[in-house]
Ligand binder design. Structure first.
Ligand SMILES: *Cc1c(COP(=O)(O)O)cnc(C)c1O
Length: 362
């Protein structure tokens, strides 16, 4: 970062942006990366580059962060919310198939399917990609939380027509704020790069034939991103270690499971960005929120799982295909403390508090 500042490249262009983009393309296993000011901006540009707009519907998982759905609304298209698999929280592929079938039968244009790699675990692309190809609908991968994760050995961010990373402060690697679009389609990359820099035609007097955006990442932040890429294995390694300890802490507790650790998917390929414990109160004898309250009394922060999009007031009128899985994770899940800043003493204190709570229940 200091080198970038001293070089005078303080603009949203420069050698560190170029180098960061090369790092990111390698990381995602794609030909092109476009570094932008946020993951949300990358989603917005990717949707525009895919031709998504007014009159179209985009399938979005109901269990996601609002940015996924907001980006769809920015384009004038409408989100259509689809429920998740209970075991991973990722979008339910059978319901995606049902939604594609229904919308196609109704003659509704579908602009894209936008799966989210929830909490750092890839959606089931083995099934999603051929399904969407069958309907001729492009896939845009929201890998905002999944930098460093993989699905069957292929890195997150590289599935579908395009993918998106976020480098927001809360994500696994950060540029304080930032994001990127990943694609092997040169046309999509060029379109996003053009729209991200105010849609300037190559003329010295600034000629414009489109409405553009100011979405490019600054060279100084790209330099920070390059430093973070070098630490990514270490950052993911620490998250996975913490996840292992949570798995152990809750092992052999009836009705208590870490989301994604039920053996139905290869847990080792997730980046363990967030760990969610899911509690069946009838089997466990306690509720997830009670564990949260116990931790809070010791000054330890935990959080409920995101409120599903179809329950949000802002999306009250949006169409949806939901079966109750996301609502159950919202009711019975707890996001456990995590983050790269936790040191060994913090982790020991958190696990001791969890053990103390569990001991009270025998
Ligand atoms: C963080 C996040 C985003 C948005 O990324 P920003 O860089 O914060 O704009 C989009 N989708 C998901 C699933 C996220 O978690």
């Amino acid at each position: 970062m200091l080198a970038a500042l001293r070089s005078g490249w303080a603009a949203p262009a420069g050698p560190d942006v170029d180098a960061f983009e090369r790092d990111l393309a390698l990381l995602a296993g794609v030909d092109h990366a476009v570094a932008v000011s946020s993951g949300t901006a990358a989603l917005h540009l990717a949707l525009l580059a895919l031709g998504v707009g007014r009159g179209q519907t985009v399938l979005v998982p109901t269990l996601t962060f609002a940015a996924t759905a907001n980006a769809v609304v920015y384009t004038g298209a409408e989100p259509y919310f689809v429920d998740c698999e209970p075991g991973t929280g990722n979008v339910d592929v059978d319901l995606v198939a049902e939604a594609l079938h229904r919308l196609t039968r109704q003659g509704q244009p579908i602009g894209a399917v936008l799966p989210v790699d929830l909490f750092g675990r890839c959606a089931d692309y083995t099934r999603l990609l051929p399904l969407c190809a069958e309907y001729g609908v492009p896939v845009l991968e929201d890998a905002a939380e999944a930098v460093g994760a993989a699905h069957r050995g292929r890195p997150a961010g590289g599935f579908g027509a395009a993918g998106v990373f976020s480098f927001n402060g809360n994500k696994i690697m950060t540029t304080t704020g930032g994001g990127a679009l990943l694609t092997s389609d040169e046309r999509i990359a060029a379109r996003c790069r053009y729209l991200s820099t105010q849609a300037r035609q190559p003329a010295v007097h600034y000629e414009h034939t489109d409405v553009g955006y100011n979405y490019r990442l600054s060279n100084v932040l790209a330099a920070l991103g390059r430093a973070q890429v070098r630490r990514l294995d270490h950052l993911v390694g620490r998250r996975r270690e913490l996840r292992e300890r949570y798995v152990k802490a809750f092992a052999s507790r009836p009705g208590v499971e870490l989301l994604g650790a039920d053996g139905s998917v290869d847990d080792a390929q997730a980046n363990a960005w967030l760990n969610v414990v899911v509690v069946d109160p009838d089997l466990a004898g306690w509720r997830a929120a009670e564990l949260g309250a116990h931790l809070a009394r010791q000054g330890i922060e935990s959080r409920p799982v995101w409120k599903p999009m179809h329950l949000q007031p802002v999306f009250a009128d949006a169409r949806r295909l939901v079966a109750g899985a996301a609502e159950r994770l919202f009711a019975d899940g707890l996001v456990l403390p995590g983050g790269s800043a936790l040191d060994d003493a913090d982790i020991a204190r958190i696990l001791a508090a969890v053990d103390e709570f569990l001991a009270a229940w025998g």
